[in-house]
Design a protein around this ligand. Structure first.
Ligand code: DP6
Length: 337
């Protein structure tokens, strides 16, 4: 009763910002994302009578061997959220025994890349496999969604759409195109000195306090149509225009919520401006930003090196992660314990 899954984080081209049902995590709108090949969470789950309680350990990045014996600080709220999700999985298997869960990201936890998508996707897939819960990919996405909304998009392969749905059964994610469909790049620029971020679950609770939210819901479907067409035609300029418009709109909503949420720093805004001038110079690259200061730079494979040169010219001290479109969550026999 032990299984391990690896799941990618994903970058939203169309964002999930606002819930119709916070308990079930039913979103207000459909969203579209791309899985990231180099932002991964590995999770091993073992259910056994030998455990007297549920045990959850998050191994720090790159210190796997040394820290296997040490607990890495996981705050109590995070632990509770993981155990709550484990209970959902146990319920589907009608089983009552405790589990040990060990998880590890291949990117540093402190840099503000959302790990809840990859984390809850890996936990769902590993937990269900460990208990031999035989469910379809669609049902796995529904289960993962209840753990963390964006996690449902980390289960199917490549480019993924999450349908908002009127009920839990109809709010699921599926693959629009596999990972090898379009060789895009996402260079995540890790912006330094980030302010402590307000958790997305909390921030999303206040969406309707923004006077811009109503307009956003009216706009989003049209943008989804255009993004789908851009994906179909592999049209980067259309995709780029839409993802920037979408990013700007979500951050305007965040900023006009009460209390106001400001995730972008001065450096974030400077990169956004520079991206526009890089484009004027003929380099086709676009930005998108989730709930944090980090900037995702989307370009074609052929421009990857040129974008790296630009990032280094911008600030040679900035770290960045290069991603390709990736498969969704998969099982592996490389257990963490
Ligand atoms: C801004 O999936 O982290 O990244 O469902 O409360 O866990 P919860 O929220 P989460 O929200 C992600 C929000 C976003 C946009 C997106 O990924 O679509």
């Amino acid at each position: 009763m032990k299984a391990t899954a690896i799941a990618p984080a994903n970058i939203a081209f169309i964002k999930y910002w606002g819930k119709k049902d916070p308990e079930l995590r039913l979103p207000l709108n459909d969203s579209i994302s791309m899985n990231l090949s180099n932002c991964l969470t590995t999770t091993t789950v073992e259910f056994s009578d030998k455990y007297q309680e549920d045990y959850f350990e998050l191994l720090p990045y790159n210190h796997r061997k040394k820290l296997l014996e040490h607990n890495f600080a996981v705050n109590n709220e995070e632990k509770k959220r993981v155990i709550k999700h484990l209970n959902r999985i146990r319920k589907s298997a009608k089983l009552k025994c405790f589990a040990k869960i060990v998880s590890q990201n291949n990117f540093p936890a402190s840099v503000g890349i959302a790990s809840s998508a990859s984390g809850f996707a890996a936990l769902t897939v590993a937990g269900c496999a460990a208990l031999n819960v035989d469910i379809s990919e669609k049902e796995l996405t529904i289960l993962a969604r209840i753990g963390s909304g964006s996690a449902c998009r980390s289960i199917p392969d490549g480019f993924v759409e999450w349908k908002f749905g009127e009920s839990s059964e109809t709010s699921f994610a599926y693959s629009l195109y596999p990972n090898n469909y379009w060789n895009l790049r996402d260079l995540v620029v890790l912006v330094a000195n980030q302010a402590k971020k307000v958790a997305t679950s909390e921030g999303m609770g206040n969406v309707w306090s923004s006077p811009l939210m109503k307009k956003r819901i009216e706009n989003v479907n049209n943008r989804i149509k255009k993004i789908k067409k851009a994906l179909k035609d592999k049209d980067l300029s259309m995709l780029g225009e839409m993802i920037e418009e979408e990013t700007d709109e979500m951050h305007e909503v965040m900023q006009t919520q009460k209390p106001s949420l400001i995730y972008r720093t001065k450096e974030t805004l400077k990169i956004m401006q520079d991206v526009q001038s890089w484009r004027k110079e003929g380099l086709e690259v676009y930005y998108t930003i989730d709930a944090g200061p980090n900037v995702h730079l989307i370009c074609q494979e052929k421009d990857e090196e040129k974008v790296i040169v630009k990032i280094k010219e911008f600030n040679s001290g900035l770290k960045f992660i290069v991603n390709k479109p990736a498969r969704g969550a998969t099982l592996t026999d490389q257990h963490l314990f």
